[in-house]
Design a protein around this ligand. Structure first.
Ligand code: PMP
Length: 382
């Protein structure tokens, strides 16, 4: 069947972006590539809503996370990591690997970081130099409210705030400068409608000050070197040239459409999916409504349904590709990704496929139930 990729990354890539990948190779230290890299960087700053430096690395998002640790801290530095799922855990693991002294705030699956808990933890640990938060925790479908959390971290203006926005930047508003976020990490293959291969990291003035004293080892991910090379429109090492071509096109598309319009579409996509899943009655949302993500929705299937079997069936019968659970949620949930180049029609297809699959498993009377509710939500959008 036709392919409907509805996982939270890699996400579908529009045809005009894909065609950029077919361009012939150029000298990555020549004028043509310099122009593409510089333009892409400037467009990225608009999406990050920042005047800070933004550096494009040839790596997956995790490479960007590693760079965010290795460039700004020193052995034994006390840091705080908010853990709402697999990706918060990953930040903690990277910090541990680099010998930082970590404290954690751990959230139940489906819940985000409570501002009161953050405030209390920071009061009790005034020596904390950096706070790591996941903007959108992809494994649990939780979006942390940074408009609430960032000012708490910045009650001490000298403390670094590091945010993983891999599965949100471009889809959910993240005003980097307004919130004084020092380091924001994202990647090409999620809301930015580009194939995998690039990580992007924004770096504030304060973060560069930390960089001068930071003694952790770094080589490939040396951001100071990346900044120096960018001045000449180049990168220290051979970049994923084709993905940079694609990124430029994708950013032009997004910004032409308008960032705010993008946020609005994702809000509707998220709401339609949640309302539809609730309307089915036999499935349950994992994430608490307060933190429910507009880019990914984890769903708890009916008790006797194995989510991975259900996904396989939906994939083979209808071509709709959904994601499984990760970490402790493996085998317990499935996830619907609705970020990037995803439109209301794609959601209607996915909900319809889920309805029919559950009907065929014996859950009668579901046909059209979720689709109808989703259509009602989308009627407000159009
Ligand atoms: N953080 C978040 C929130 C993510 O969703 C992901 C990817 N699923 C990552 C980090 C890691 O990115 P990558 O797989 O590109 O290394």
């Amino acid at each position: 069947p036709k392919n409907y990729l509805l996982i939270p990354g890699p996400t579908p890539v529009p045809q005009d972006v894909l065609l950029e990948m077919a361009r012939e190779m150029v000298n990555h230290r020549g004028a043509e590539f310099a122009s593409v890299l510089k333009t892409s960087t400037e467009l990225l700053k608009k999406v990050f809503k920042t005047q800070n430096d933004v550096l494009i690395l040839t790596a997956s998002g995790t490479g960007g996370m590693e760079a965010a640790v290795a460039n700004f801290f020193s052995q034994g530095d006390p840091v705080l990591v908010g853990i709402c799922g697999v990706f918060g855990e990953r930040f903690a693991k990277i910090c541990k690997t680099y010998g930082l002294n970590i404290k954690t705030i751990e959230c139940e699956p489906g819940k985000g970081v409570e501002p009161e808990v953050l405030e209390k933890t920071l009061k009790e640990n005034p020596d904390i130099k950096g706070v790591f938060l996941t903007h959108n925790e992809t494994s649990t479908g939780v979006t942390n409210d940074l408009k609430e959390l960032a000012p708490i971290v910045k009650q001490n203006p000298e403390r670094l705030l590091v945010v993983d926005a891999v599965s949100s930047l471009g889809a959910i508003d993240l005003p980097t400068d307004e919130l004084k976020i020092d380091i924001v990490v994202t990647a090409s293959q999620k809301a930015l409608e580009t194939p995998p291969g690039l990580a992007m990291v924004s770096v504030s003035e304060l973060a560069w000050k930390y960089n001068e004293k930071a003694n952790l080892p770094r080589f490939y991910f040396d951001l100071k070197q990346a900044k120096k090379f960018l001045e000449e429109g180049a990168t220290p090492f051979t970049p994923a040239v084709s993905v940079v071509f694609a990124l430029k096109k994708a950013l032009e598309n997004i910004l032409t459409r308008g960032l705010e319009e993008n946020f609005k579409r994702h809000k509707f996509l998220g709401r339609a999916v949640r309302e539809a899943i609730k309307a089915l009655g036999v499935t349950r949302l994992l994430a608490d409504e307060r933190w429910a993500s507009d880019t990914v929705t984890p769903v708890v299937p009916p008790e006797n349904v194995n989510p991975d079997e259900l996904r396989k069936y939906i994939r083979n019968k209808f071509g709709v590709v959904l994601a499984g659970g990760q970490g402790s949620l493996k085998g317990k949930i499935f996830r619907i990704g609705h970020l990037g180049y995803v439109e209301p029609t794609d959601i209607l297809v996915a909900i319809s496929a889920i309805e029919v699959a559950l009907e065929n498993l014996g859950y009668k009377g579901l046909k059209g139930k979720g689709v109808q509710v989703a259509e009602e939500v989308f009627a407000e959008y159009y």
